[in-house]
Design a protein around this ligand. Sequence first.
Ligand SMILES: *[C@@H]1O[C@H](CO)[C@@H](O)[C@H](O)[C@H]1NC(C)=O
Ligand SMILES: *[C@@H]1O[C@H](CO)[C@@H](O)[C@H](O)[C@H]1NC(C)=O
Ligand SMILES: *[C@@H]1O[C@H](CO)[C@@H](O)[C@H](O)[C@H]1NC(C)=O
Ligand SMILES: *[C@@H]1O[C@H](CO)[C@@H](O)[C@H](O)[C@H]1NC(C)=O
Length: 253
Amino acid sequence: MAQNFHSSPICKLLLLLILQCGLPTTTIAQAPAPAPSGPTNITKILEKAGQFTTLMRLFKLTQVGDQINTQLNNSNQGMTVFAPTDNAFSALKTGTLNSLSDQQKVQLLQFHVLPQYLTTTQFQTISNPLRTQAGDSASDKFPLNITSSGSQVNVTTGVMDTTVSNTLYTDGSLAVYQVDKVLLPMGMFGPQSPAPAPAPGKKKKSGADDDTPATDDSTAGADASDAIQFVGHVHGLMVGSVGVIVFIVFTCL
Ligand SMILES: *[C@@H]1O[C@H](CO)[C@@H](O)[C@H](O)[C@H]1NC(C)=O
Ligand SMILES: *[C@@H]1O[C@H](CO)[C@@H](O)[C@H](O)[C@H]1NC(C)=O
Ligand SMILES: *[C@@H]1O[C@H](CO)[C@@H](O)[C@H](O)[C@H]1NC(C)=O
Ligand SMILES: *[C@@H]1O[C@H](CO)[C@@H](O)[C@H](O)[C@H]1NC(C)=O
């Protein structure tokens, strides 16, 4: 019996599980994703469109993606999202994203989201400045102006201008428009606003820049409290089942 168990795949599986539990960082990276939140999923839309890896990562990091999904489910105003491409993010001055505090990152992302569904036709008659999810649209805070005639849609923040280059998605309640520049709000990048100071104690020397799509290191920080709780659970579980684990390790090795 012990002989059979020793060589069985189940034994290997259990060993593997134990090894996983012994490495909390691995476990944290696999912390369960939030439950599905309604039928519309901004991440899925961006994933399908391609070219929006950085935006998807930032939506996740700041949880603005979840906010959009939740709000879409719970309001009938709809929403409009301006989606900067990966190229738009990499065109930012090096370190721009890293220099923002967590709250500023949230505001930057919220600045790309309007709490109403707007068609390109409506852009022609909309009154400026528009209110975004970032809030205060005063001229020194988060104003967003959109003007349009014909098929051209101009977007200006007072710091930069761009145009809507593509309609990625519209369903009558969510509109997603591609922009080829990141929309920089006056309140964070305007002449009067001090350059966003790096958050104290967060300086990284690794050369891993937030601007590159591949790095995902700061995600763990955002979920730190959840992670700690989770480690606590894992720890308790391990202490509780230490007898079983010792048995399996001894039998399988
Ligand atoms: C949204 O879609 C992404 C990509 O397909 C998926 O990973 C994520 O779990 C989805 N989120 C919800 C809340 O359904
Ligand atoms: C979506 O809306 C339905 C109906 O109003 C509600 O029951 C559900 O909890 C909502 N889901 C989320 C994730 O907000
Ligand atoms: C959009 O911007 C272009 C270039 O700056 C300008 O020529 C055009 O008149 C603008 N259109 C509207 C509707 O603001
Ligand atoms: C935005 O529109 C408002 C109202 O028309 C105007 O006062 C303001 O100067 C505009 N800002 C920019 C940057 O175009």
